[in-house]
Design a protein around this ligand. Sequence first.
Ligand code: GDP
Length: 303
Amino acid sequence: MAGPVVLAGGTGGAKLARGMLDVVGAELTVIANTADDIEIYGAYVSPDPDLVTFWLADRIDERGWGLRDDTFAVMDGLREIGVDVWFALGDRDLAIGIERARRLAEGARLTEALAELGSALGVAARVLPMTDEPVRTWVQVGTRWVAFQEFMIRGDAASAIRDTQLRGVDSALPTVEVLEAIAAASAIVIGPSNPVISIGPILGVPRLREALLDSPAPIVAVSPIVGGEVLKGPTAAFMRWAGYDASTASIAACYDGLLDGLVADEPVDAGVPVLRTDTLMTDADSRRRVARETLRFAEGLAA
Ligand code: GDP
């Protein structure tokens, strides 16, 4: 049997994955959301898998995205010649995206391109995209449909969400790597990420949900609700759109039928066993502790 599999969006899932890396090392596999991917400036940017990879490589910048100590000369240069730089990328981040676009254009799978980035940055664990096919989140604001990154960055995020679409998901397939990792997992951990737009797309890939249920591994989620609140990002807005309030009980409801256990910082009737512990991950110690306790909890459920 292989190690644990973590399903992750951005920051919350990435921090948990970093804790897991300390606990289980190279046995860790992360399956990351690719519905936020964007092609821009000739680069293929994969925000969630990259964020996870930068966290695992201890290269994440304090601003919460991108590489530490990166420079922004290309963005400055683009601005100078009149380009509307609404999506900022550091120079090294851009280099990663340009090389990835080249690899994809020559026929490499996204899975391979991400593996190459992982080895280049010295990451021992595997970061897998949920699928190699293009799946993109679109958001309807008023009468307008906007791609996810535009929604997040161009100020639309404050507006009411009328609808969302996962374009391309019906023709997507989980990769062999994803299916094998899930089948052989010792535990499957849904990271504390946005359940609607970060974990939702992963679970939406045809056959992936079935693969999770078919796996003998216990499935546990770590709630992204901390102290009764969402720590960052539009989790609450998207949960509201999906018909839920932003509460730990609603996290359990979002994953109804999938979970064997839930990790949360408050008592909740989730219909499955709950491990109650402090789930705030502010430093290496707390990330390791949440990872270790979650894995122990999952092991207990499997026994
Ligand atoms: P984003 O793509 O960067 O917005 O990140 P995610 O999709 O991972 O979702 C952000 C969610 O992560 C928010 O709901 C946060 O409450 C949650 N989150 C961030 N840091 C932590 C943490 O330390 N512990 C827990 N339990 N949740 C966290």
